[in-house]
Design a protein around this ligand. Structure first.
Ligand code: MD3
Ligand code: FE
Length: 210
């Protein structure tokens, strides 16, 4: 369903098997070459969410190939199978065959939330491309807050994101403020391979070249 123009939520889009495969892949990325970490913020804080990146390494407010804030290693390659998954996501969300075929995400941020983790309201503006962001959720259900492009406050809409859900943010919704105010601890189905917590994968186009 379309939450706002360009913001499409497809609940239960991933099969249980796809969820298990993504959990396995994300577990491997979480251990290296750049281990998952609580991202340090410029003003000295650390995020409660833990993040590991593939393709390009994100830290506020830039993307680099190497993780100079972690261990200096180059991040893992962005696999072709994930490009294909991103294209299928765009096709199912928008029904735009040509737009989907042209979509070539080159980075993903993989966020892990424990029961206490939150993500404050923010815009994603570190990419030099306005191509859509594809979001996949696995594990615990959360409250996802979708706001507006002008302020980090009201008006906003709270929706629940559950395991297997796809969300695509493009067009007029690409630069909306959004956040995760609450994770419902203990709601994950262990059959996905994630006994507790929430995993979110966001594919993006950085617009960068080496
Ligand atoms: C709307 N992640 O990594 S996913 C992020 O659940 C981020 O981990 C959240 O916000 C999470 O930056 C939300 C949904 C999402 C991701 C990116 C967006 C919504 C977006 C970019 C633009 C607009
Ligand atoms: Fe975001």
């Amino acid at each position: 369903m379309e939450i706002s123009p360009g913001a499409v939520h497809l609940p239960g889009w991933l099969t249980p098997e796809q969820q298990r495969e993504l959990v396995t892949a994300c577990r491997a990325w979480a251990t290296g070459p750049v281990p998952i970490r609580h991202t340090r913020l410029p003003r000295g804080g650390v995020m409660s969410v833990q993040t590991v990146c593939i393709g390009w390494h994100w830290q506020p407010y830039k993307y680099t190939r190497t993780a100079d804030d972690v261990n200096g290693e180059r991040v893992a390659e962005f696999p072709d199978w994930m490009v294909q998954l991103g294209r299928r996501a765009l096709l199912d969300a928008y029904g735009d065959t040509e737009g989907a075929a042209a979509y070539t995400p080159d980075t993903a941020l993989i966020n892990f939330y424990d029961g206490q983790a939150k993500l404050g309201m923010h815009q994603d503006k570190d990419e030099r491309s306005s191509a859509p962001v594809v979001s996949l959720s696995i594990g615990d259900t959360c409250v996802f807050r979708v706001g507006n492009t002008e302020t980090r406050t009201k008006p906003y809409t709270d929706i629940e994101l559950a395991s297997g859900d796809l969300f695509v943010f493009g067009g007029p919704s690409r630069y909306v403020y959004h956040g995760v105010p609450k994770v419902y601890e203990g709601t994950a189905d262990p059959a996905t391979g994630l006994a507790s917590g929430r995993l979110n994968i966001t594919m993006r186009v950085t617009g960068l070249t080496d």
